[in-house]
Structure formats: C-alpha cells, structure tokens
Write a protein that binds this ligand. Structure first.
Ligand code: HEM
Length: 417
C-alpha cells in the first residue's frame, strides 16, 4: 500500500560501516529498513554533508530548524525539475501546487484551502472519523489476521481526504495508486521508467478530476464550504486568481499530502509500539497520555523524512554557513532523533515532554494538515488498543524503498479481541 509496492525490503538491522560516505542517490537496502544509524553518523561526523550532485544534506535538529524557518529559502524547483523530468505533466504538478510555490503564489493558494484545516473545521470531522474507524475495526475483527497497512491504516486517511476534497471514497484506492507514482519521482534517485509513470499518472489524475470541476462550475448554488473543489471553483468564480491547472494540481497535492503520510504514521507507529510492548501497556494503563503518545509517534516515525530548499542568500545555521544559491536537503527524520535535543532519541516514550519535533516542518509551508493527522491517529490508535487485547506480528514487516515518504508496504498482524 505504501509508495511503489513493487519495491520492498524486509527489516534488517545492518549498521553501515561508513555512514559518512552516504550517497542519497544510491541508498542500500538496509537504509530503507532503518536509516537511523546513517542519520546518527551524519549528525556526529558530517552535519553539513555534501551530496554527489553538490547539494547539502542537513541532519542536526538546530540546522534543520534554522534552515526551515529561514524565510528566504525557496521551494520553487522549476529549473531543477525540468532538467530531471522534462516539461511534462509530473513537472507541471510539482511546480504548480502550493508546496512548491514561493510567495505570493503560495499564500494565495493556501488562503483558499486554509478554512478546511482550522482546528474547528477538523473537529467537525470527528464523528465521521469515529464511524470510519469502527467500520475498519469491525472488518479487522472479522479478519483476525491481516495486513495492518492495507486493511486498516490506509482506509482511514484516504476516506477522510476524499471527503474533504469532494470525490467518492470508492475511488480512493485508484487515486492512491496514481498519487504514489506522482510522489515517487521526488526521491533522490529514480529511473526514466519511474518518471514516465509519474507523467502518465498525473495525466490520469487530472482527467479524473476535470468532470468534478466542470460540475462545480455549473452549480448555481455552489457552496465554498462544502469541499475543497467547491472552494477553489468558487474562488475562480469570484475572480480570485486561480487557474484550472492550479485547481487540478492543488487537488492532487491535497489528496497525496492527506493520506500517504498519515497511513505511514499509523503503520510504522504500530510497528514501533510492537517493538516497545511496555509502551503499549503504559498507554492502556494511562489513556490520559494520548496527546503525548501521538506526538511521540509522529516524532518517532517522521513520515516525511527528507525535504528540499534552495537558499537565496548565505544562511548561518548552528553547524556552519550555507552559501547563497545552494540546494539543501533537510532531514526532519534525522533531526527528530538528535540526541542534542531528545533524551534517548531512538527510544519510544509515549509520555515524552517536551517534544518539539520537526515532523510537520516549520515556517510558511508548515503542514496544513497537522490537526487532521493528529485527530485521525488520536481516534484510531486508542480504539485499536482498547478493542484488541492482543496485537502481534504474524510475519515480517516490509518497508517501502522510499527515502522521502518512509513507510511500511506490509505489516502482517494477528489480532485477538
Ligand atoms: C503525520 C502526517 C503528516 C506529516 C508528517 C506531514 C508533514 C508535512 C511537512 C513536513 C510539510 C512541510 C513541507 C515543506 O516545508 O516543504 C507538510 C506540508 C503539507 N502538508 Fe503535511 N504532513 C502530514 C499530514 C498531512 C495531511 C493529513 C494533510 C492533509 C491535506 C497534509 C497536507 C499538506 C500540504 C498541502 C502541505 C503543503 C503546505 C504548504 O506548502 O503551505 N499533510 N506536511
């Protein structure tokens, strides 16, 4: 279910002989199973690591935070992406949504979708999320042995984001398969086949969405609060500056952002809990730890592991100076395991306080969906722990080979009510 199911690897515990020589363009299998030893070596020995293409990789908390918060960092990757992808649909996608747009375009687009992600809008989804979790639990109870990723973790975020967007839940899996191909090309190293698949998937996704946009345009009673498609079409009708291509690419961005990371949070999160059975017992005994437990899982999993920026001027970070006009890869996943900030960072402590993790980013692009991710996990995970007295792995978990969106492709579990 996670990105690019064709490429999976079983859990291994190999520790790299020389993590300093990490090449993000040729990552070994063991990295995908557990990147933490690489992150530690980089943080300790090479915090401003130069990648093979001349870009820099930052792994220390202080450096990642400083760079992320620096408002002069650019996300527009037109030049770089055109060289990598050619001027096709997947290039258009990754340069049109707000995630890869700088102000003022970023702010104009974020302003249109923001009302769907305020704390109060998200709280109104609680009843729907509750019902959806109960359906998934009933199905899991019947199955007893299941793939937690495919049969549970995937089902919740995809239905919630389909609802917010305004497309049928039944199309969720189809849209996920397209979205995974579109996102996969953002990995440091991808083949021409992957890029071609990304172009084709973007075209299919846009073709799928157009009829919904045309329908919304034709509605005389269009209500912008109904869903994101209605809000964007309404903005277009009001004469706000938003093009049809921007509407389409924003929809794809919202669908992708809204499910892959949260699915991985729950899949890798449950796997982490199974590695720390004491934390499962503690959670059962102290349900009031819920908000801390969720933040800890978000820190521990860090579903978005790598992100990019380009500096527009020299930027000082605690470990040194990043020159102007430099491509920088920042790793929130490595930052969230920095022992300079977190005690026992590779341990899972569901009562951890303080926990100022960077999993949702910082600065103007800070994750718009963070209240939603938190709410989904806060409803689903305690219900699972309450509903099943025994949860155990029934096979080997398989991690995907996706360095940016790290997740489990498969987590076989056996559940006892
Ligand atoms: C645990 C789950 C999630 C994690 C770890 C996560 C992580 C992130 C991070 C790190 C960023 C900042 C990227 C940057 O600065 O370049 C981001 C942005 C974004 N996220 Fe999330 N996200 C999660 C869930 C969601 C959900 C549920 C949605 C729902 C729509 C969402 C939609 C977005 C969007 C649209 C952006 C771009 C914001 C902008 O450019 O202004 N994310 N996310």
């Amino acid at each position: 279910m996670a990105n690019n199911d064709k490429l999976t690897t079983s859990v291994q515990t190999a520790v790299p002989a020389d993590a300093k020589s990490i090449n993000i363009f040729a990552l070994p299998d063991s990295y995908f199973a557990d990147p933490t030893p690489w992150f530690k070596k980089l943080r300790d020995e090479d915090p401003i690591h130069q990648n093979a293409d001349g870009s820099l990789l930052l792994t220390r908390y202080g450096d990642v935070k400083a760079l992320w918060r620096d408002l002069t960092g650019l996300v527009d990757k037109r030049e770089q992406f055109e060289r990598r992808f050619g001027n096709g649909p997947v290039f258009q996608h990754h340069t049109s949504g707000m995630l890869f747009r700088d102000p003022p375009a970023h702010d104009r687009l974020r302003h249109i979708v923001n009302p769907f992600f305020t704390q109060s809008s998200i709280e109104r989804l609680s009843a729907y999320i509750d019902t959806r979790v109960d359906e998934l639990l009933a199905n899991a109870t019947e199955m007893r042995e299941l793939d937690f990723v495919k049969d549970f973790a995937f089902g919740l975020p995809i239905s919630v984001i389909c609802r917010i967007l305004g497309v049928p839940n039944e199309d969720g899996y189809y849209l996920h398969t397209l979205g995974a191909k579109i996102l996969f090309v953002l990995n440091p190293h991808v083949s021409q086949d992957d890029i071609d698949a990304g172009h084709a998937a973007t075209t299919q996704f846009m073709d799928y969405l157009r009829p919904f946009i045309h329908l919304a345009r034709a509605r005389p009673d269009l209500d912008p609060t109904d869903n994101i498609i209605s809000a964007m079409v309404y903005a277009e009708k009001q004469g706000d500056e938003i093009s049809e291509d921007e509407i389409l690419h924003m929809c794809i961005l919202m669908l992708n952002g809204g499910h892959e990371t949260t699915t991985n949070l729950m899949g890798v999160g449950l796997n982490g809990l199974l590695d720390h059975p004491d934390q499962i017992s503690r959670w059962r005994d102290q349900p009031e730890l819920l908000p801390f437990a969720i933040e800890e899982l978000i820190r521990f999993v860090s579903p978005l592991q790598l992100q990019g920026r380009r500096t527009t001027r020299e930027v000082k970070v605690p470990s040194g100076v990043i020159p102007a006009d430099t491509e920088v890869v920042i790793s929130p996943a490595a930052a969230n395991r920095d022992e300079r900030v977190f005690d026992n960072p590779d341990g899972l402590d569901i009562g951890r306080k303080p926990n100022a993790h960077l999993a949702f980013g910082a600065g103007i692009h800070v994750c718009i969906g963070r209240p939603l991710a938190r709410l989904e996990a806060s409803i689903a995970l305690p219900k699972i722990l309450k509903h099943f007295s025994r949860i155990e792995r029934s096979g080997t978990p398989e991690f995907n080979r996706n360095a940016r969106f790290r997740g489990l492709a498969r987590l076989p579990v056996r559940l006892e009510p």
